[in-house]
Ligand binder design. Structure first.
Ligand SMILES: [Zn+2]
Length: 354
């Protein structure tokens, strides 16, 4: 056997298969990853010195040891607590299984789910708040341009659309989710473009944020919000995670861009939203290639299409079927039964019943 495979296989046997018990690390209950995988019809393997995969025929999870980075069916998802390696056994926080892994692999059937009719779009910044700036370009201009394109495409798909601003005017952060709540929007989407500090312009790709679970710290230090307690948005925590995942997946797959992942933050515009809510950092204005694309209306149209695709994918996972006698526009909201899911999120029928 090739020697380079001997070490990973030996590590797999020692670390993944060793019987062990749960642990309590930094105030969190941790469970053996291999045990959880086995119980859910998945198998645990080491692929590199600090990287473990958990797979079956239709699912592939990748975890970095001592890191909060995880990959769930090809999309990066930030965990709340790092994967641990204790005496050679890989452990995952029960908190992350409950708030990140399980809701994405086994989307809950939301009994109270309702048809998505109205979507509130929030073009970031405006007026005196320019947002990020590169040369003579301001983020506020391109968030509004993208929101206008997205509004048109969503209307064509049969949704009602509300915008938190339609002109270059300043809108208080708290007024943005307040408008979505007042108009009884079913989804809230805040649109932004990112920028790095000077000299780090190699970073590119979208990041999609949803509310940080209660008791965890945010992926983005700027998105920590007031405290770690429950916010209005935490009532829709699982739906917002599913929504963020479908948006990030669609952007990455349809635009072929770098995946910066699903992340968590208590941003002001997210925490007071009474409906599933995401904030999309749609790309980096500071990247030499991506920055130019953001200025291009054709690229923004493709980006809007990708966001619509993500919204429709989320709708399929969460909204119950409605009678076919309703108008065609509303008939978009058809829930695909779990047995006929065809997306990459699918897990084997055996484990789906868990
Ligand atoms: Zn912004």
């Amino acid at each position: 056997m090739n020697q380079k495979f001997i070490l990973p296989i030996a590590l797999c046997l020692v670390f993944c298969l060793t019987p062990t018990h749960a642990a309590f690390i930094n105030g969190q209950n941790y469970v053996p990853l291999a045990g959880w995988a086995h119980a859910n019809g998945l198998t645990c393997h080491w692929i590199r010195r600090n990287e473990v995969t958990v797979t079956n025929r239709t699912t592939r999870l990748v975890f970095d040891v001592d890191s909060r980075n995880a990959e769930i069916n090809g999309i990066q998802v930030a965990l709340s607590f790092p994967i641990a390696n204790q005496k050679g056994v890989v452990l995952i926080a029960q908190f992350d299984l409950n708030t990140a892994v399980r809701p994405l692999l086994f989307p809950p059937r939301f009994a109270e789910a309702k048809t998505i009719k109205t979507i509130c779009l929030d073009p970031g910044h405006g007026g005196k708040d320019t947002g990020n700036r590169t040369f003579w370009h301001s983020e506020k201009t391109f968030t509004l341009a993208l929101a206008s394109e997205l509004r048109d495409q969503l209307k064509k798909a049969g949704f009602n659309v509300v915008l938190t601003r339609t002109t270059d005017k300043y809108v208080e952060l708290s007024d943005r989710p307040a408008l979505a709540n007042k108009r009884a929007a079913d989804l809230f989407v805040s649109l932004h473009f990112n920028a790095t500090e000077t000299g780090r312009n190699e970073v590119s790709g979208p990041e999609t944020y949803c509310i940080t679970p209660v008791g965890a710290s945010s992926s983005n230090a700027q998105g920590e919000g007031r405290d770690h307690g429950p916010t209005t948005a935490n009532r829709n925590e699982q739906k917002s995670l599913l929504f963020a995942y479908q948006i990030e997946k669609s952007l990455v797959q349809n635009l072929g861009v770098n995946d910066r992942g699903v992340r968590r933050a208590r941003f002001a515009v997210l925490r007071d939203a009474a409906m599933p809510a995401v904030l999309i950092e749609c790309g980096y204005m500071t990247h030499p290639v991506e920055g130019k694309k953001i200025l291009d209306s054709t690229y923004r149209r493709q980006m809007a299409q990708a966001i619509v695709t993500g919204i429709l994918a989320y709708q399929k996972l969460t909204v119950p079927p409605i009678p076919s006698t309703l108008p065609a526009a509303n008939r978009l909201a058809v829930r695909i039964p779990p047995s006929s899911w065809t997306g990459t999120d699918k897990i084997s029928p055996k484990s789906q019943t868990r």
